[in-house]
Design a protein around this ligand. Structure first.
Ligand code: 0O2
Length: 210
């Protein structure tokens, strides 16, 4: 059997998928609990949406090839940070960083790496804070990439993901520039929204049913 077929078969094993699914669920459960607790403290909704996915075998294979890694399951587990991916979308910039700190400091996980694409956006304009952790599932420590972002960043990333990031079209430079411009506007809007919320809080205005 050729190496690619063998690698795909391992990725397609239910046991492989189930471990990564369990790792995602563990993080989602923790985020939901944090959301309930902190939303109560703040008197407003803290996290708007939590979602997760396990990377498909095809997507794992493509990423391994793109990065030039040998097609071996142990190398995939070690090198791919986002086979298990969880995303939490907050309203405000300071909430994103508070949540990142809570994930980094959580003693139930092993902290691996922080990638701050808010402080330093990618050349595309992509913004998010990625916290990579390892969680204990059965006999293994499984990596999970937790993407944390504001709603505005999520709006941008979702659209750009479909039209630019995942397409292999050539001659898209004009559109890439448009997305970059929008990303800069979003940076400004996130800062403005945070300022407005702080002013409202200082004035004692409570969020109604948020
Ligand atoms: P998909 O389909 O979303 O899963 P590294 O950690 O450095 O070894 P990696 O994983 O390429 O390698 O790191 P990076 O650049 O932090 O990207 C991780 C994920 O962030 C990507 O996963 C995307 O989900 C998201 N991302 C990164 N750059 C962009 C971007 O320019 N636009 C959008 N919309 N999303 C981005 P995948 O596996 O590449 O894709």
């Amino acid at each position: 059997m050729n190496k690619e077929k063998e690698f795909m078969q391992e990725l397609e094993q239910a046991d492989f998928h189930n471990k990564y699914e369990a790792a995602c669920r563990l993080i989602v459960d923790r985020l939901e609990r944090i959301n309930t607790e902190i939303s109560g403290e703040k008197g407003r909704k803290y996290i708007k949406d939590i979602e997760y996915r396990v990377k498909t075998p095809e997507s794992c294979l493509n990423k391994m090839k793109k990065k030039g890694y040998a097609l071996k399951i142990d190398i995939a587990k070690d090198k791919l940070n986002d086979i298990a991916g969880v995303r939490a979308v907050c309203y405000f910039l300071d909430d994103v960083y508070q949540l990142a700190d809570l994930m980094i400091g959580n003693h139930d996980f092993e902290f691996v790496k922080l990638k701050d694409y808010v402080k330093k956006p990618k050349s595309s304009g992509y913004q998010s804070v990625h916290v990579i952790v390892k969680v204990p599932i059965e006999d293994e420590f499984v990596k999970v990439e937790i993407q944390l972002r504001t709603r505005a960043m999520d709006f941008w990333a979702d659209i750009e993901h479909h039209f630019i990031y995942k397409t292999k079209e050539v001659g898209m430079e004009v559109f890439e520039q448009e997305f970059l411009k929008c990303s800069k506007s979003i940076q400004k809007i996130d800062k403005q929204m945070l300022k407005i919320r702080k002013k409202l809080e200082a004035a004692g205005v409570q969020a109604y049913s948020m």
